[in-house]
Structure formats: structure tokens, C-alpha cells
Ligand binder design. Structure first.
Ligand code: LLP
Length: 430
């Protein structure tokens, strides 16, 4: 592999003027498959996973990939083959894991709005654990399990009231968020759960937010979680596992989040100090496993210089890559082939009919129509939040493995988009 030359992106590097993913020139993939196009590096995913594995070496841990970050079957397969479990949030997620070869017993089911049908199906296939988010959900789950003659394995998601210091839309562990059971209700909720006929208490979990770039919030959450474990067990409810959720951030724009391995060594030292180091542990990382393993390739359609703003109009939009429009998120944008011309400042925008359809503001780029650009850090929460807005088909996805490029999702056609719809039969024809 060439020397890394894009910060935070060791599996994407220029060789001469051209940007490569592992051993493959990205311009060749764009030519073969068209744009917009998502390209993922399997090596980058496995390297990110290895950091967690190093941190947990010698411990009892189940790393559950939070597949909402990127639910492509080909991506799930990478983590299933690496031995991971999965954090899911819907029956659809579960079907994907099973279709991609994941083990039902290693699935944990999070989310505040599980339906009875989803609970039944999850009990049928024998998932590892339901991360229950409210007392009302606990009642329904017990009822569903009793009707099936089963006991549902349950962990209560607790809200540790820790500020993850991230974007408010992706903060989930604060008191006023809709997630988890409030700190003061945790012990009584466990006591009720332990007495329910359809419930088998197996663990405790939390998840405080996403794109966390400092270790402080994790240290706080670990301390609060361990206090709760002590309180719940003192109340007579033993807990087999402790799940610390996901949330570790990535470098989009020069952020320096802690390395997963080093962070976990530090957190494990705290667990050891309080006598919990040999417990079964779980984590639910999403973004930190796939975010910097992916790029979105796009072609420059038109340049539209203006009095106050210059617009670089590209063929990927907010339907393909919604994070900038949704969270004002920053993604680096770089050319697939570097030009020697002087750079100008451009707003890189998509073709969608909304002013919020932008990918990057005020970017210094030397570009011409027909040039190809890569939007970096696009492996997480991009394709998974893509839509058909403006009747645009969703982009294809390629998984690169060394010098091999596997097409893991073809471009969505208009026939795909329209197949579940029908016209209303007119009265006249009846
Ligand atoms: N576990 C639970 C219960 C979660 O809700 C999440 C993410 C994760 C694990 C994984 O978190 P991660 O390691 O990926 O930070 N669409 C937003 C992110 C939403 C995160 C939702 N929950 C974005 O594009 O930034």
C-alpha cells in the first residue's frame, strides 16, 4: 500500500495524481459503474475492528456492529465473517443480518419503538437480547413472550444522563432524551422485569450519543453504569453482561477521537479497579467501524460562478448523502485526479431542488465540468439514510478488497422504484 496521504483515511491514498482505494484506482470504478457511487474498503473496516479487538484482548466481549451505520449485505457479511454480533433496530435489520450470514444468537435489538410483530419474529429466531427502552415496552415484550411459551432475554437500556458533547440530534444519553430508562427508575424497573413471567434479565446497556470525540463522556458513563450495576445486583437481580453502546467518533475534519483500542484499555482499567473486568462485555460501534472506510464518488456537472458564490454542481445530492443537509456535517471533498491549476472557492451542491442540498461550503478546488470528486468519510450514515427524493435511484456500492472490486449493490433503476406502486383504476374502465 502507498504511504497514507489523506489524514484519517489510510486506505484511500493518492498515487501520483490519482486517488486509489487499496489497490484500485477510483477513477476506473467511476468509469465502469457511473456516479454517484459509494466505494468501501474492506481493509479499512477490518483495521477499525482490529483496534477494538486489541483493546479487548483477553476479555469476554461481543462486538456488535451497529448496522444502522451501513446495512449493506456485503458490509454485514464482512463483520459476520469477522465474528461480530449485530446491534439492530428493526425487523428489517434482523432480516438483513440473517440474510448476510450473521448469527441470531449474537443479535441485540435496540430501539424505542419495537412492534409486537418484530418482538415475535425476534423471539422465533432466537436473538441474543432485547435492549428494552421503557417500562411499557417491557410489559408488551413479556406478554408476547408468554403467549409464545418463551422468556425474552432482556437488558434495560439505562439513561446515564451524561453529556456526550456532540450534535444535539445525535446525543442520546441526556435526561430529556427519548432513549433509555431514567436513572432513578432503573432499580425498580429491573425488580419488575425479574418478576415477569416472559422475561429473563441478562444484562444492562447504555448508549450516550454518536460522533463522540473525547474520552470524558465515556469515563463518566462507565462510572455511572457500574454504580447502577451495583445497585441492581444489591436489589437481588444478577446481571450477566454490561453493554456500553457505541458512539466513538471519527476524523471528518481534523477531529482527534481516541483510538478505540487505547480508549477501551483505559475503560477496562476502571472496570478492573471496581471488580467488573471479567464480566461479559458488549459494545455497539457503528460509525467508527465503517465511517472512514467509505467514499462517495461524484461527477462535476456544471460550474456556475456568481457574484458572491461560486457553485460547483455535482451529480450526488442530499438524497445520496444527507448528513450535510441534516446536521450541517462536514465531509472532506477531494478530486479523484489532481489538477495543477489554481484552486477557486466553490460551494459543492447537488441537483436537488432545495437550497439545503449542499455537500460542502467554501471548498478550495481546482475543477472543471466532467471532473470526478470523492466525498470522504462516507461509509457511515450516508447510504443508510439515502432516499429516492426527486425520484433519484439510490447509488451502487462497491466493496474493495485489495485489487478486487465487488459490486455489492447495483444502481437502483426506475423499475425498482416503481415496482411497489400502482395507478388507481379509473371508474370509466370498470
Ligand atoms: N447503539 C445505539 C443504541 C445507537 O442508537 C447507535 C446510533 C449506535 C449504537 C451506534 O452509534 P455509532 O457508533 O455509530 O456512533 N445519523 C447520525 C448518527 C445517528 C446515530 C444513531 N444511533 C449521523 O449521521 O451522524
Amino acid at each position: 500500500m502507498t504511504a497514507p496521504n489523506l489524514p484519517g483515511q489510510p486506505y484511500f491514498a493518492y498515487r501520483g495524481n490519482d486517488l486509489f482505494c487499496e489497490e484500485i484506482r477510483l477513477g476506473d470504478l467511476a468509469q465502469a459503474h457511473g456516479t454517484p457511487l459509494f466505494v468501501y474498503s474492506k481493509g479499512a473496516m477490518l483495521a477499525a475492528l482490529a483496534a477494538y479487538q486489541r483493546g479487548f484482548a483477553g476479555r469476554k466481549v461481543q462486538i456488535c456492529y451497529a448496522m444502522k451505520a451501513n446495512p449493506a449485505l456485503g458490509v454485514i457479511q464482512v463483520f459476520a465473517q469477522a465474528g461480530c454480533g449485530f446491534d439492530i433496530v428493526s425487523g428489517g435489520d434482523m432480516d438483513r443480518v440473517l440474510a448476510a450470514g450473521g448469527q441470531a444468537g449474537k443479535i441485540i435489538f435496540s430501539g424505542v419503538g419495537k412492534t409486537r410483530a418484530e418482538m415475535r419474529r425476534a423471539l422465533e429466531v432466537g436473538i441474543g437480547c432485547f435492549n428494552v427502552e421503557s417500562e411499557a415496552e417491557l410489559d408488551v415484550l413479556s406478554e408476547v413472550a408468554v403467549a409464545m411459551g418463551l422468556r425474552a432475554p432482556v437488558s434495560i437500556r439505562v439513561n446515564p444522563n451524561v453529556d456526550p458533547q456532540t450534535h444535539p440530534y445525535i446525543s442520546t444519553g441526556l435526561k430529556d432524551s427519548k432513549f433509555g430508562v431514567a436513572h432513578e427508575r432503573v432499580v425498580p424497573t429491573y425488580q419488575r422485569a425479574a418478576s415477569m413471567a416472559g422475561v429473563r434479565v441478562v444484562g444492562i446497556d447504555c448508549h450516550i450519543g454518536s460522533q463522540i470525540t473525547q474520552e470524558g463522556p465515556y469515563l463518566d458513563a462507565v462510572d455511572r453504569m457500574l454504580d447502577l450495576v451495583e445497585a441492581v445486583e444489591a436489589a437481588g437481580v444478577p446481571l450477566q453482561h454490561i453493554d456500553f453502546g457505541g458512539g466513538l467518533g471519527i476524523d471528518y475534519q481534523g477531529e482527534t477521537p481516541p483510538d478505540a483500542g487505547l480508549l477501551w484499555q483505559k475503560l477496562l482499567a476502571r472496570l478492573d479497579a471496581r471488580g467488573f473486568g471479567q464480566r461479559q462485555l458488549m459494545v455497539e460501534p457503528g460509525r467508527s467501524l465503517v465511517g472512514n472506510a467509505g467514499v462517495c464518488l461524484s461527477e462535476v456537472l456544471y460550474l456556475k460562478p456568481g457574484e458572491h458564490k461560486n457553485f460547483c454542481i455535482v451529480d450526488a445530492g442530499m438524497n445520496d448523502l444527507p448528513r450535510p443537509a441534516l446536521y450541517q456535517a462536514f465531509h472532506q471533498i477531494v478530486p479523484l485526479s489532481q489538477r495543477q491549476d489554481a484552486a477557486q472557492t466553490w460551494d459543492v451542491v447537488g441537483p436537488i431542488c432545495e437550497s439545503g442540498d449542499w455537500l460542502g461550503h467554501d471548498r478550495a478546488l481546482a475543477v472543471q465540468p466532467g471532473d470526478l470528486l470523492a466525498v470522504l468519510s462516507s461509509g457511515a450514515y450516508c447510504m443508510s439514510m439515502a432516499s429516492n427524493y426527486n425520484s433519484r435511484g439510490r447509488a451502487p456500492e462497491i466493496l474493495v478488497e485489495g485489487a478486487q472490486a465487488h459490486l455489492i449493490r447495483r444502481r437502483e433503476t426506475m423499475a425498482d422504484q416503481m415496482q411497489s406502486e400502482c395507478l388507481v383504476e379509473s371508474q370509466a374502465r370498470k
